[in-house]
Design a protein around this ligand. Structure first.
Ligand SMILES: [Zn+2]
Length: 374
């Protein structure tokens, strides 16, 4: 083996210092640069003993994946956030299967090694594959702990302690938000890179119909009903309906910008509801039914504002547009029975299907090339 000149080693070490400083989780914008490994590791493909590609992703790849996360998952995985104990969705999951990274889908833990620790966070006494979970010393919050992160994408997972059960004595303490559960018998998902999906959030009154028609849009990967822009954490339908939590019924729309533009989604949104009604839509009244656009970045924010300005000057509406435009806060998916509600129940809805009109109006738009889903 060739000897590396000492000067190169020193240069590399010096180069690492500012990268380590950049890893501070208080970085105001964008995904935190969590580790220096992504920047310094050569892109030679690396395969783990269990046969998975654990080549560290580039910063751009991580940014692309992180842009699809909901704000809570973003906070936990990209800003080293911690969810409150006994609140994570996977704490009491007793099913057999694999827990994969919520950002890059790398298998991280197995139900075989899960145990009830009583701490309020999902706990595992060993990793799916030790090479999939990276340990880093964490001296934040006035104590020295060992942080764990996904080897491939650098997502923050939680911490590991040496007070676990036999045979390892280890306790990997996880945030549910960092994990996705894949039940045995289902195929493990692959790395979700390309085609570069984006996320948009809209509130236009009762979410059932808004979700239903966004879901039918060409280029829309998924539409999910939920609650956002409120004051409390983990709201439920009853709380939101009381009008005291401050949340709006909103819909998360994951879309492929190669097929449908954000601009087209804005058009669809305004065709679906009446943006001049303050805190109501149709028969539904209350701040939870307000009209809102919640942008995931400054580009969306500017586009939404410009769109509304153009609407106002066009004289489309008699009254002023009262739609609020803000940066998105945490989106909380609504209870399962609210998802696909119109489709499941066969109930009709006062929201109009915007897509036939959009196809007529924007014949040159990219979207008609892809057939709408049934
Ligand atoms: Zn990952």
């Amino acid at each position: 083996m060739k000897t590396i000149p000492i000067i190169i080693i020193i240069t590399m070490l010096v180069a690492l210092v500012p990268l380590t400083l950049m890893a501070d989780d208080t970085t105001p914008d964008g995904p935190a640069a969590t580790t220096d490994s992504r920047k310094t590791t050569m892109t030679q493909p690396t395969t783990s003993d269990s046969g998975h590609d654990i080549t560290p992703l580039t910063e751009d790849q991580v940014r692309e994946l992180a842009a699809r996360l909901d704000p809570e998952t973003f906070r936990v995985t990209q800003k080293s956030g911690t969810e409150r104990p006994f609140c994570g969705t996977l704490l009491d999951n007793k099913k057999d299967g694999t827990y994969v990274c919520t950002v890059c889908n790398l298998p991280l833990f197995s139900s075989q090694h899960k145990f009830t620790s009583g701490t309020g966070w999902p706990s595992f006494y060993q990793e799916y594959d030790p090479k999939h979970v990276k340990q880093i010393e964490d001296a934040s919050h006035g104590m020295v702990r060992t942080e764990i992160e996904c080897t491939r994408c650098g997502a923050h997972l939680g911490h590991v302690f040496n007070d676990g059960p036999e045979p390892t004595g280890m306790r990997h303490c996880l945030n549910s938000a960092s994990l996705q559960f894949v039940e045995d018998g289902k195929e493990l998902p692959s790395l979700p890179l390309q085609p570069g999906y984006q996320t948009a959030y809209f509130a236009g009154g009762c979410f059932w119909g808004i979700e239903h028609y966004f879901q039918q849009g060409p280029g829309v990967i998924e539409a999910v009903s939920g609650y956002m822009q409120g004051e409390t954490e983990r709201p439920n339908y009853k709380g939101v309906c009381s009008g005291t939590t401050g949340h709006a019924e909103a819909v998360k729309v994951v879309f492929d910008p190669q097929v449908v533009s954000y601009e087209t989604l804005l058009q669809a949104f305004f065709l679906m509801h009446d943006p001049t009604q303050l805190n109501r839509q149709g028969p539904d009244r209350g701040t939870q039914y307000r009209s809102g656009i919640y942008a995931t970045d400054d580009t969306q924010l500017a586009q939404a504002r410009a769109f509304i300005e153009a609407l106002e000057t066009s004289g489309t509406y008699r009254g002023p547009v009262v739609t609020e435009v803000e940066l998105a806060n945490t989106f909380y998916p609504a209870e399962d029975y609210h998802q696909d509600y119109i489709e499941t129940t066969g109930r009709s809805c006062h929201v109009t299907n915007p897509w036939p009109r959009l196809k007529q109006a924007t014949g040159s738009d990219k979207s008609p090339s892809t057939p709408a889903k049934p």
